[in-house]
Design a protein around this ligand. Structure first.
Ligand SMILES: [Zn+2]
Length: 137
């Protein structure tokens, strides 16, 4: 490998072993990747939902599906960041749901993918009632 001279000379003390668990930097780090949701909360939502998309059932455990967290009631329509309004959702479903009200999106996946909307609605009700699991630390 060739060495390049770089203008970005690292300031002393800014590089190293990553943020300590209790530092302000760690707290900032915890909020990265989406911005609006703590990484740890995101992980706990995935755990609660068994790493499966709540809508189509795609599982990140046995395929390369990318997971996101979705607001059941979109924020545009007054949905909050409460755990009971957040579900695991694959990128494909998330981009097709956008800010649609749930009922409209359920009709859409019923038509597009043959997924029974009533089953999904029941799954959402059962899932969002559950507590988020604690992370082992
Ligand atoms: Zn999906």
């Amino acid at each position: 490998m060739e060495k390049k001279t770089t203008k970005k000379a690292g300031k002393a003390g800014t590089r190293g072993n990553g943020p300590r668990a209790d530092s302000a930097a760690a707290k900032r780090y915890d909020w990265q990747g989406g911005g609006w949701l703590r990484k740890t909360t995101r992980r706990r939502i995935y755990m609660r939902d068994d790493f499966c998309c709540i809508y189509c059932g795609a599982s990140a455990l046995d395929s390369a599906v990318s997971l996101t967290v979705d607001h059941v009631l979109p924020r545009e329509l007054g949905g909050t960041n409460a755990h009971s309004n957040l579900v695991t959702c694959c990128k494909s479903c998330n981009s097709s749901k956008q800010d649609k009200p749930l009922a409209r999106f359920l009709r859409k996946i019923e038509l597009d993918k043959g997924i029974d909307g009533e089953t999904v609605a029941r799954r959402i009700r059962n899932t969002t009632r559950r507590q988020l699991p604690k992370l082992a630390q």
